[in-house]
Write a protein that binds this ligand. Sequence first.
Ligand code: ATP
Length: 201
Amino acid sequence: MLTIALTGGIGSGKSTVAAQLERLGAGVIDADHISHALTRDDADTLATIAATFGGEMIAADGTLDRAAMRARVFSDPEARQRLESILHPRIEARMCAERAALRTPYAVLVIPLLFETGQQRLADRVLVVDLPESAQIERVRARSGLADDEIARIIAAQIPRARRCARADDLIDNSGEPQDLAEQVRRLHQHYLRLTAGKTD
Ligand code: ATP
């Protein structure tokens, strides 16, 4: 099935674009949602995290204690890497299983840290949602109330904008008005339908 990996920096508009593509008929699978589901109720994931980081990472209700986990990996890159090496293969396996069950013309995998995780190999094409950093900071601030230095820290930890855009097969410029975004999404959906028509597997 034609598979599009959708990525972009924090607050770039990934979820907005994914929701619009889904309304148009695409099958959408979100890596963040899967990550949350795994750390909420997947026994194997939770047991592996507990064995690696200690039982205190699991809350009384049996789900991941997100605050404890965040504190554990916050200033420890090695611990963060161990957590990611637990999560990423499981997220990937579940994305592939969910994709196999789709009955839509094509699939969109929403993967915020696409290049950082090397998961672009799961897709035929990469779609990047782009906007200038100043607008990105403004939208994240409006939505989350995070402080500017905290937002800047998150942006700095992600792949630089120019490198992300250079790796895009398709690019959405989300610096404009919502209706401008919707028009670009409609055009891309038509483009993907045409590509699907030419794809046999
Ligand atoms: P995150 O990386 O944090 O998950 P995201 O990339 O999924 O974010 P969205 O949640 O889709 O981004 O959008 C970020 C915010 O910007 C939202 O509040 C959304 O409503 C708003 N937004 C998206 N596109 C536009 C636009 N063209 N004009 C104004 N606001 C927009």
